[in-house]
Design a binder for this molecule. Structure first.
Ligand SMILES: [Zn+2]
Length: 542
């Protein structure tokens, strides 16, 4: 008989869903060091137990590969100083929450907030007047739920020296009323405010962006990720100035999940900065902390009418949105980044934005020849049906966030896009059927970090309370949703040889769930109650 080396850790009595087509189901997993060494049936598991083996009896629970959250802004979320504005349905409710928070925190110098939804003010954008008198004279700075727009009061405008003369601040573009007065609304926060100059400007003024707070915020988000079973995080938007946060977290033992940090390349990025990205990639290049892809934006978002469509917005016929890059310039940039060996993660939302990116990938292929480039399109909210087959043809991964399609947060989206294009919305099933690789993610803190929210949303396209399901022809089955949250993310990270499934030889990155997901699939709302009971990264329970 062949001698079997005893496992360091043996997980047994489990319903193991492997995401490995060669053996989809098993009962037990043996781990030696960082790696999975055996996957099999429970009656053979005993042979892997030695004197020093830690045996984890899963009690019949589901075991999955660890979740790979391929778009999760861990640096942005978890600001302890913030008032949470998520779920407020009207301007009055928003005002009441801001006032209550200001009253409850008399010593805060700033009133910082996040999470307000455009649907609370249908057809219009808020102004400083809507916040006047709520904060006892203190500045208020409130980010929209998608972090694309900041809304501030008069005191905050003064703190940032915004006047009639100001067209832009380092974190966004200043909106003016017809008389030329600033309205208190600053657009382009995601492309400017989460950039290098924007973050520096905020850090100098607002407590929530100060260096130590920034570190604490990231740690809180990293702890959430571990609790939610996320074993690999892709942090989508960083500059070289931000990397100290992850390096310090690793040094202090707080970076328990693996992390891939994308470098943000906004319009205006210089050759010197591209060299910095290359240097950062060379310096941080291991399976626990890696600097990898380049983050680009082709367009903005639907709600403030800034995503790029071929045809005008349904309720604003004078605009169809803008591209951040001229198509040729974008194709040249992508071609150059490919030559430097970078995969790109490209924020793409309107059908014209999406088509421009596909055209650029095609142009880069003509210039550089075919190859395994691993570009990911992020969001893919409203592609034209005729472009869907191009994802598979060009090897572009569809990086999507199922929760973004929730009917409770898409009122403005649907009004702006209009009924004719509504059936194009977030077509994850059509993309899968057209052969595209799907990678699901949370986009925390735009939406909930919990992968169960994403899985539930992928299955239902309903609100979290179960109502309002729409475009249900685009739902997918549970196996597809799990694969998109595991193997899909591994493919994004070019790590499918090491992660994404429970397969001998791969890293032992896995999760034990509180319930059997497959038994709950016919009552999807119960999936929202499923918790991760144990997260294992590289064989260690974190
Ligand atoms: Zn994002």
């Amino acid at each position: 008989m062949r001698a079997i080396e005893p496992a360091d850790v043996l997980v047994r009595n489990a319903r193991v869903h492997t995401v490995d087509a060669s053996r989809p189901r098993a009962d037990a997993v043996a781990i030696n060091g960082e790696r999975i060494t055996w996957v099999g049936a429970d009656d053979e598991a005993g042979a892997h137990v030695g004197g020093a083996t830690e045996v984890i009896d899963a009690g019949g629970r589901t075991v999955l590969p660890g979740f790979i959250d391929s778009h999760n802004h861990v640096r942005l979320g978890s600001n302890p100083l913030e008032v949470d504005l998520k779920g407020a349905r009207t301007l009055e409710e928003l005002r009441a929450r801001v006032r209550a928070h200001a009253d409850a925190h008399p010593d805060d110098r700033w009133i910082e907030g996040t999470g307000w939804n455009y649907g609370a003010m249908p057809g219009s954008l808020p102004t400083w007047r809507d916040l006047d008198g709520l904060t006892g004279g203190r500045p208020a700075f409130l980010l929209s739920f998608d972090a694309h727009n900041a809304w501030m009061n008069r005191e905050a405008m003064a703190a940032f020296a915004i006047t009639r003369e100001t067209d832009a601040v380092p974190f966004g573009r200043v909106q003016k009323d017809p008389e030329g007065e600033p309205t208190g609304f600053v657009t382009d926060f995601a492309v400017m405010g989460i950039g290098r100059a924007g973050q520096a400007a905020l850090a100098g003024v607002m407590p929530g962006y100060a260096r130590e707070t920034q570190y604490e915020r990231t740690l809180a988000s990293l702890d959430m990720a571990a609790a939610f079973g996320i074993t690999t995080i892709v942090e989508p938007q960083n500059s070289p100035d931000d990397l100290w946060i992850f390096e310090r977290a690793r040094r202090e033992g707080r970076l328990r999940s693996r992390l891939v940090a994308a470098m943000y390349h906004p319009v205006g990025t210089t050759e010197a900065e591209r060299r910095e990205f290359e240097a950062a990639r060379a310096r941080l290049d291991d399976d626990h902390l890696r600097v990898g892809p380049i983050k680009l934006y082709i367009d903005d978002v639907v709600e403030p009418w800034t995503a790029a469509f071929s045809d005008p917005y349904a309720n604003r016929p004078e605009t169809r949105g803008e591209l951040f890059w001229e198509p040729e310039a974008f194709a040249d940039l992508l071609t150059d980044l490919e030559r430097r060996g970078f995969a790109c993660h490209i924020h793409s939302i309107g059908d014209r934005g999406i088509r421009t990116v596909l055209d650029a990938v095609e142009a880069a292929r003509r210039a550089n020849g075919p190859g395994d480039r691993r570009h990911t399109m992020i969001h893919v909210e409203c592609p034209a049906p005729k472009d869907l087959p191009r994802f598979a043809e060009l090897g572009v991964i569809a990086g999507m966030q199922p929760r973004h399609a929730g009917p409770d947060i898409t009122e403005s989206w649907r009004a702006n896009v209009g009924p004719e294009r509504e059936s194009w919305a977030w077509p994850w099933r059509s993309l899968r059927d057209a052969g595209a690789t799907l990678a699901f993610s949370s986009d925390w803190n735009v939406t909930e970090m919990d992968p169960m929210v994403g899985v539930y949303s992928a299955l239902t396209r309903a609100s979290l309370d179960g109502t309002g399901a729409w475009t249900t022809q685009q739902t997918v089955d549970l196996e597809t949703a799990i694969a998109a949250y595991t193997m899909g993310g591994a493919i994004v990270c070019r790590a499918e040889g090491d992660r994404g499934s429970i397969t001998p030889g791969k890293y032992a990155d896995l999760v034990v769930l509180s319930d059997d997901l497959f038994a709950l699939r016919n009552e999807p709302r119960t999936i929202l109650d499923v918790r991760v009971e144990r997260t294992i990264v590289g064989g260690r329970t974190i």
